[in-house]
Design a protein around this ligand. Sequence first.
Ligand SMILES: NC(=O)c1ccc[n+]([C@@H]2O[C@H](COP(=O)([O-])OP(=O)(O)OC[C@H]3O[C@@H](n4cnc5c(N)ncnc54)[C@H](O)[C@@H]3O)[C@@H](O)[C@H]2O)c1
Ligand SMILES: [Zn+2]
Length: 245
Amino acid sequence: MDGVTALNERLANARRVTVMTGAGVSAASGVPTFRGADGLWRTFRAEDLATPEAFDRDPLLVWEWYDWRRKLIAECRPNPAHEVLAAWSANAGFTLITQNVDGLHEAAGTRGIIRFHGSIWELRCADACGLAPWQDRRAPLPVLPPRCPGCGGLARPGVVWFGEAIDRGVLMRCGAAVSCDVFLSVGTSSIVYPAAGLAHAARDTGAFTAEINPTATDAAAALDLAIAAPAEKVLPLLRWSALKA
Ligand SMILES: NC(=O)c1ccc[n+]([C@@H]2O[C@H](COP(=O)([O-])OP(=O)(O)OC[C@H]3O[C@@H](n4cnc5c(N)ncnc54)[C@H](O)[C@@H]3O)[C@@H](O)[C@H]2O)c1
Ligand SMILES: [Zn+2]
């Protein structure tokens, strides 16, 4: 496969490897991407539902969509791409940043994940009453929209919506992780900022940067290498065992 040998040569000399994943890494597990042909729910586009404005306008509609996605994801299992990254995560020099909210990297046993956009399995108070976010893996949820056990107001999904800020702690951890030897951007359309900027930040620190995506993205031109093939086919061909410091 074009590019795999070149990437393996870089990995052979890499102490620090950072991988950023997007929805494409879970496509082979059956989780629909936002921008693929299967990204529509009823007649809505994800971009029109995953926003604070949509939730303010119609929380039940937004929750019906999330409940549908939670039911769908609950049936999905990690694929070989998740498994390779989980094995790499046993190395101290490895960091996984994911934009995915599906929990499949966690299910594969990946350590130390930086969840850029939160988790679909976490809920929090929509009014920020002070109650800490809580886990709820029930799919379907028994009552829609779910309520905050602290104040009785509306609960919301513990994910970052379009137009919302990324957690400061997450950004700081990402800032440290972009300083690496090899940075891989896997299965992301690289449209959504600030996540899309991380590969460029990595290249600015001197990292070798590569994209793995069956459809090369516009961002790929600015990277060192683009491998135009699915994540679940490419990652099992890559070899990395961290060098001793
Ligand atoms: N699984 C999830 O948790 C999930 C699913 C959909 C969207 N989202 C959220 O939506 C936002 C969308 O951005 P995004 O860039 O992650 O997704 P996206 O839907 O915008 O893009 C998906 C990308 O994956 C590529 N792709 C498709 N199949 C692939 C495969 N087998 N291997 C590798 N790449 C493949 C596509 O070409 C596309 O570029 C993210 O912030 C994320 O939080 C999450
Ligand atoms: Zn509350």
